[in-house]
Design a protein around this ligand. Structure first.
Ligand SMILES: Cc1cc2nc3c(=O)[nH]c(=O)nc-3n(C[C@H](O)[C@H](O)[C@H](O)COP(=O)(O)OP(=O)(O)OC[C@H]3O[C@@H](n4cnc5c(N)ncnc54)[C@H](O)[C@@H]3O)c2cc1C
Length: 274
């Protein structure tokens, strides 16, 4: 299997992480379950002790109309999807115009804004284990139970790319900071907003080193230049602890933390006993 040296301080949207040798998935059998699959790292925080990592090969970077549906490879960047849909007058992908990521990451995270989510017009996916119909996948707000690499997703094909919707999504995002981040740090708890809770415990604008819970939008953990993984984690823990103590609400990370010390153990280690 081939590998590639990736410098995550450049590759990731939050500009944190060292140089790591990453394996490349060329064919389904390359995935044995030992690696953690990455897309373009727009929702991910890579630590100093990452697990073995893998990305999809460029051969999964494609988008095509076939048999009356839209087929998109797992490694296809959102910008390419948006341009293709604009060029071919295809509806329902205006959302991805300003949503950074690859198709695999967008589907795995069920990325979206308010009621507009990537799953809305999905038909099925192909993973390294075979085809799964949408009805057979559990999904919800920034959640799916997909457990193997997405190689392709198939969507309904509808006419009518809507530039007004692109403008609407751009406006909806105008309250997001423009400096490096990994998107929303925490999922919104039911009936509330993570940003409101962070503000309510006085941590909007809280800085540690070059990391900060943004003054523009409190739920964005931003990197002013030389932010580190340890500073990011310390700030995340401080917010979780203070919000839990004050509101008895445990803020679950939307950002995916890839470091052996934290993976799968986040709540056990961090959640304080009240
Ligand atoms: C400035 C900014 C604004 C953002 N705004 C929004 C927003 O409004 N709404 C929103 O929903 N998100 C938002 N995000 C988050 C991000 O755009 C999405 O989560 C996107 O889906 C991440 O895609 P990625 O390829 O970068 O995934 P990565 O960050 O690389 O990975 C994220 C998760 O997806 C999994 N994954 C990636 N590829 C595959 C694959 N092929 N098969 C299976 N699993 C895979 C990874 O294992 C990981 O668990 C924002 C991010 C930034 C930086």
């Amino acid at each position: 299997m081939s590998t590639k040296l990736i410098n995550f301080s450049k590759y990731s949207s939050i500009k944190i992480g060292g140089k790591v040798e990453v394996s490349i998935l060329e064919k389904p059998s390359d995935f044995t379950g030992e690696h953690y699959l990455l897309g373009s790292c727009n929702n991910t925080l890579i630590g100093t002790q990452p697990p073995p990592l893998m990305i999809l090969s460029k051969k999964y970077n494609y988008i095509k109309i076939e048999d009356g549906v839209l087929k998109i490879g797992g490694a296809t960047p959102s910008g390419k999807i948006a341009s293709f849909c604009k060029k071919h007058n295809i509806a329902n992908f205006e959302l991805v115009s300003h949503l950074p990521g690859t198709l695999g990451g967008l589907v795995y995270m069920n990325a979206g804004l308010k009621e507009y989510e990537i799953f809305n017009h999905l038909i099925c996916i192909e993973t390294t284990l075979g085809i799964s119909q949408k009805e057979d996948i559990e999904y919800g707000y920034r959640y799916t139970n997909i457990s193997s690499p997405i190689l392709e997703a198939v969507f309904e094909l509808h006419e009518g790319f809507d530039t007004k919707k692109v403008e609407m999504f751009k406006k909806m995002r105008s309250n997001q900071p423009s400096i490096p981040s990994a998107g929303s740090c925490f999922k919104n708890p039911e009936g509330d907003y993570a940003g409101r809770l962070i503000e309510a415990v006085g941590l909007k604008g809280k800085m540690l080193g070059d990391m900060e819970f943004s003054t523009v939008h409190a739920n964005f953990l931003v990197n002013h230049g030389n932010g580190t993984f340890d500073d990011a984690i310390e700030l995340i823990q401080e917010v979780q602890k203070k919000v839990y103590e004050k509101f008895h609400i445990w803020l679950e990370c939307e950002i995916i933390i890839l470091d052996k010390r934290y993976m799968g153990k986040e709540s056990e280690i961090l959640k304080p006993k009240l």
